[in-house]
Structure formats: C-alpha cells, structure tokens
Design a protein around this ligand. Sequence first.
Ligand code: NCD
Length: 393
Amino acid sequence: MSHFSKKEKIIENYGIDKGKRSNQFKSRLYSEPRWDPSWKKFRDMEWETFSKLEVAEKIPLFTKNNRLYDCLFAQQFDRELLDRLCRVADKLREITKTSAGDRFVTNLLFDKRAILVFNQPSSRTFLSFQNACHILGMKTSEIRDVSTSSFAKGESPLDSIRTFASYVHLMIMRMKEDGFVEQSAWHLNSKTNRPIPIINAGSGTDQHPTQALLDIYTMTRLLDGGIDGKNIVMVGDLKRGRTVRSLSYLMKNYSGVKITYVSPEEFRVGLDILEFLRKHRINYTETYDFESAIRDADVIYMTRIQDEYDKNGESKKVDYSKYYFKPEHLKIIKPTCIIMHPLPRRNEIDPKVDFDERAVYWRQERNGMWIRAALISYIFNIDHKIMVYKVGV
Ligand code: NCD
C-alpha cells in the first residue's frame, strides 16, 4: 500500500508537479529560441538556389537578433564591428594578466562546449581557436580526420555535421571543399530546429575570414595611425590564397587604402575580387615587379604557393623565387613598414628576416588567439561583460 497520493508520487518521481511539468518543459524549450524569425523565408529554399544568391542576400540567414551568428564571409564585418573586436581582444589580453581577471574570463562560457571539425592540415588556426575557447572557459572536442567519423560509413556529410552539432554550442570548421562550411550553416539554420553558430576557419580556396580578422587586428595595433590611407602590398599565390581574398574584402571598411597585388601571371588575384574593389572604389594595382612594389609599402603581406590545389602539378612550372623576401630587401623598404605572413611559410621569407623588428608574423599568429576569443565572446553576446570588467578592482 502506498502512503502517497498519485500526485505526490509523481512529484517524488520527477521532482516537479505534473501540472506544471509541461510548462516547465516548454519554458526550457522556448526560453532561448534557437531560431530567428527572419530565417523563415529560407525554409523552403534548396541549396542550389541559396548558393547562387548574392552574399548580401545570404547574410540574413547567418544573422540572429541583428547580430553576427555564423561567421562565414569577410563581407559580414563592418568597421564598427572590426573596431569593437579589436578593443575586446585588447581588453582580454589586459584582463587575463591577473589571476582574478583570468578566473573571471574562464567563467564567462564555462557552460558551453565547442567542436573543431578540420579536414585540412592546420597548426595555428586549430590551436589558436582551441585556446581561444579555453580562455573563455569553453570545453572543446575535435574531429581532425573525418575518416574516423561516420563520413567513412557512407553517412551524408550534412547528416554528419548535424550529428557533430548536436553535442555542442559552437562549431569551428575548416574544410577543403569550397562552400561546404557555408552549406553546413545553411543546413543547420534552414533545415533543422537545432542550429548552433558555425565559424569558418578556412574553406577551400574561397575564404578565411578569421585570418583576415587577425590580420586587421595586427595592422591596427602596429601601424601608426591605423589602416586608413595605407599602401598594402599582397604578394604570392593570390589566385588560390583564401587569406588574401578575405583580407581584400575587409579593406572596404577603411578609407584611402591602396592595394598592390604582386604575383606571377598564373596566380593573379580573382576577377571577382577586383570587381568588388572597383564597386567599393578601393584603389588597386597589379604588378609582377616585387622590388618596386615593396619600396613604398606600409604593409607587405607575403603568402605561400597553394600547391595543394594543383590539378596536375602546375605550380612546379611557375618561377616563384622572384616573389621571395630576402634580407637585402630590408634595406629598401620603409622604416615603418610591417612584414606579415599568414604562415606557414616555405621560402617566401628568409628566416634571417625574422630578427628585423618590422617582421611581425610571429606576433601576428599570437594575435589570432585573442581576436578569435573576442569573436567567440561577441557571438555569445558576452563581449560587453569583458568591456565593463574593471581590472585590478
Ligand atoms: C593559411 C590558410 O590555411 O589558408 N594558413 C593559416 O590559416 N594561417 C595560409 C596558408 O596555408 O598558406
């Protein structure tokens, strides 16, 4: 014989009154809607149609509550957001110098988890993202070899992405296939009820928006007077280098910038980028002449040959040595010029150049961790907490 009434039994079993139970579940489900109402119009749109839209038409599906949600394209950033992320990154550096500050920051996202899904080699981007998550207290898991996942059992890539996303609150993706990171975000936001934000950590030859962010952060920190009005010289495989593409897009946020593209004929920057620059009235020139171009540069942005995208070993036929930065070039560049490289480098920059104070690529890679932490804090809407934190109080 039970000593409990039916209602009491239920309360004992569930710890909650059954009458209130459905409401409690409802409030848990609906308290923080994952969906943005403005995404509704994309529900019935197939990928073939969506993928052909202009970037400006796509951006609403990757924006939630008027805030960047998925970070996929450099075109999603305006000047206000870029300046803000630079300030948040600076503040994070400052706060985490004290153990009290460090504890405060690691509590900000202690209840969140991220997964890093990378099917291309990576050192800096992987580690800086992983450590950016750890700075904010997020736990991380990773898939670096998709052959160990159910991709290998014939699962559709989008089903795999949905599975990865189902355990975490953020997915950071690097994919060798152009457009697949974007397709994943499109799928989660328009075809499932459980989207999570996705950050593009490099998609094929297409874009690498967070590399461009850290490049901007580095220039903002190191150039006297910031980026406005500067002459930025980009060198190398501009055709397949996704960092150059994303960085070129971000230049629309700065006034009076001049871009000089230096590359062999085979690796000239894409016509879509040049069209974008013309549309936004950004001054640019193209040249094969490395030595003349670097003389009055404020920034020299070196890149490596992207031969992993060769179809028939075509890169081997290109003489790239004219596009190497050698120690003697240090004598002809401006004293205030900075030399950057997204890294990894091969022979494009002689290691002897590393000792010159204008060589900033090692600082550039460390900046990546801080600006990525700033970006994640922005996506989770906690960046204001970082900004109002009083250091030393
Ligand atoms: C770049 C990339 O992956 O596109 N690396 C990086 O993320 N720092 C540049 C490159 O690999 O050449």
